[in-house]
Design a binder for this molecule. Sequence first.
Ligand code: PEP
Ligand code: MN
Length: 337
Amino acid sequence: MIIVFEPSAKHEQIQHVFDRLIEWGFNPVLQEGEATSIAITGDTSSLKSETLEAFDGVQKAVRLTQPYKLVAREFKPEGTIIDIDGVKIGGKHFTMIAGPCSAESEAQLLTTAHAVKNAGGKILRAGIYKPRTSPYEFQGIGEKGLPWLKKAKEQTGLPVCTEVMDPKVLDKVKDVVDIYQVGARNMQNYDLLRELGKSKKPVLLKRGLSATLKELLLAAEYIMSSGNHDVMLCERGIRTYETATRFTLDVGAVPVLRHDTHLPIIVDPSHPAGKRALVGALAKAGLAAGADGLIVETHPDPERAWSDAAQQLTFDQFGQLMTELRPIATAVGRTMD
Ligand code: PEP
Ligand code: MN
């Protein structure tokens, strides 16, 4: 159930409804934005819309048929804008997140951070804990990479996004990392999602390899219902019968998510492409389809990369992509500055 208040509703009127819901044993969650609303999670079968609409200040009370509530567009019609020290994701902004698949050395990370910044990227990505399909492949540099991430941030001012797989590492990384990335393989790691829900930092939640959009939204609901409302969703390609690309980028996911949720949407063109040559076209498709940003892999020497070598862009290619994205961003009413 979502209760939407009149724009003119007074604070006391909203508080009164909130208090009454608590008194009745419900679990209300308040959302104050352009329009104030209250979501009631859990079983609301005993509540009638008419009862709620009779309260002063209430515009309407709608029963949602979908199982997710806090991520629903109805809860926050104007859309969420996440602000990381002035870098915004959502609204009119089109935000570029870029960097190597894996952090490999201090020099590799710092060079990449400067290249990303110079090309107009806003956030640095780099994995230190890597979810590899084979246990015999490079598993990430681990904690050793944390001082490198810190230095990259200090030198460039770019906020840092890195993947976490285990709730136990959150304490170790929290002072350095600005955005926690949940990888496709961990989208349904519910202990991790709940733990991230208790943190104060934004989460970039990637769609599972075979997850439906409803499952993605319910994974985001785990994070939000644990208290953290700064979640961005990432379409990164799904498993289909097609083998010409590494994964099939579900471009249609972008407008569907845009309709169903207020959360920002990021497209990852690198992992579905699997090959450098295909990344640009998928990146442009993501922007044109309405994504709020991209997460792109770039590396100083992609051929020698320790993971995802075939799909990482050279700095020149990344710079070129940025140049090609700008007029498209303008055409669809977005700013990359
Ligand atoms: C990555 O971003 O490097 C990564 C492992 O992505 P995904 O979880 O989407 O495979
Ligand atoms: Mn990768």
